[in-house]
Design a protein around this ligand. Structure first.
Ligand code: PLP
Length: 397
């Protein structure tokens, strides 16, 4: 297809024109069960009536208001996010990249304000993905993303996944913070070990570093708790949210403790669109749904059911899959090295199920958190059919 859209994506050959709950419909009217959620974005499904109503109401009231003025819905959302997390203050931005990059700025400013201007470096964990700005590419250190973009932005170091000796050895007098994803998403649904995260907290405390959680993918219920860090018995000092927070409306948020947020003085950071009334109306509506009684119980229950079904698929198709991974409804199937994960995604799509590939040859199952048992069964049936067809075609043989 010739198009004026810049060709930065290798797109699948399908065009969607309508969404309804857990389903998307293409231009031919074909229905797809959406277990990709626009990469963990459609947290409560497509066109959730409560979100539609909130967006319409705000659209008819007013759209944009500068951060030069008070925005009540921003205050309300900040109050709700802090009441339900370790944090005391929130800055709103527009994307995951912005939310995470602000954490790196906060780390530097916090150390600067506390008498350590020499501390500016951030240590990340191999396999991480933190976004596509020049700084976040340097934080993620993925060769495939960095190539062609010149020298890396200075100030980011990386250590092996799960290796505490390396982490400790990487701390220098210039280190300001450690950044981690409770479950690496793009890296292949790789949950961090609780003991490892606890030790990260200890290292951060010992060397007066900030512990920063990138919860852009894991946040807002995805792992079965409101935030992924709740799975570990520690709290971070700073956290980034985006994706599921807006349920499809672009929004990001950077949360911090009062002590850390105090470093961000007037004029130290800003965003034209961040905390826009439209985004705030929708994000508050998402929280109405996610914080409702029983919602997170459903995420846990559906996650358990889906995981059991995925485990049965791993057992039934050992030449295709190695294992299941993940927490809550943030799940993945690790494919065998002889299998191209994307072939599983394409086959499932042919059969009406949307999945998302990830690093480490993993296929992600990240459905809207509003799914019911029947959707899980439908997805597993389609996956089973797809696997049988792949075997028939000689995949994994
Ligand atoms: C953990 C994590 N951090 C940051 C980002 C970047 O978010 P965005 O694409 O909204 O800039 C992503 C996106 O996949 C992510 O998964």
């Amino acid at each position: 297809m010739t198009t004026a859209v810049m060709q930065t994506y290798a797109r699948y050959n399908v065009t969607f024109e309508k969404g309804e709950g857990v389903y998307l419909f293409d231009t031919a009217g074909r229905r797809y069960l959406d277990f990709g959620s626009g990469i963990a974005v459609n947290s409560v499904g497509h066109c959730h009536p409560h979100l539609v109503e909130a967006l319409k109401k705000q659209a008819e009231t007013f759209w944009h208001c500068s951060n030069l003025y008070h925005i009540p819905d921003q205050q309300r959302l900040a109050d709700r996010l802090t009441a339900n997390s370790f944090a005391d203050a929130v800055f709103f931005n527009n994307s995951g990249n912005e939310a995470v990059e602000m954490m790196a700025k906060i780390a530097r400013k916090y150390q600067f304000e506390n008498g350590h201007p020499e501390r500016y470096r951030v240590i990340s964990v191999e396999g991480a993905f933190h976004g596509r700005s020049l700084a976040m590419l340097a934080a993620g250190k993925q060769e495939k993303h960095l190539i062609g973009f010149g020298p890396q932005v200075d100030g980011f170091d990386q250590v092996a996944f799960g290796n505490l000796n390396e982490m400790r050895a990487a701390v220098t007098p210039e280190t300001a913070a450690i950044i981690f994803e409770p479950v690496q998403g793009e890296g292949g649904i790789r949950p961090m070990d609780p003991a490892y995260v606890k030790a990260l907290r200890e290292i951060a405390d010992e060397f007066e570093l900030l512990l920063m959680a990138d919860e852009v993918q894991t946040g807002v219920g995805r792992t079965g708790t409101l935030f992924g860090y709740e799975r570990f018995a520690v709290t971070p000092d700073v956290m980034a949210l985006a994706k599921g927070l807006g349920g499809g409306f672009p929004v990001g948020a950077t949360l911090a403790t009062a002590k850390v947020a105090a470093a961000m003085t007037p004029g130290s950071h800003g965003s034209t669109f961040g905390g826009n009334p439209l985004a705030m109306a929708v994000a508050n509506a998402v929280l109405d749904v996610v914080l409702a009684d029983g919602f997170l119980d459903n995420v846990k229950a559906m996650g358990k059911k889906l995981t059991a079904g995925m485990q049965a698929l791993v057992a039934a198709y050992p030449t295709l899959f190695v294992e299941t991974r993940g927490l809550g409804l943030h799940l993945g199937l690790r494919c065998q090295d002889t299998v191209v994960g994307n072939d599983v995604v394409v086959k499932a799509m042919e059969n009406g199920l949307l999945l998302v590939p990830a690093g480490d040859n993993v296929v992600r199952l990240i459905p809207p958190m509003t799914i019911e048992a029947a959707h899980v069964e439908e997805a597993l049936t389609i996956l089973d059919t797809s696997c049988a067809q792949l075997i028939e075609q000689g995949t994994g043989g």
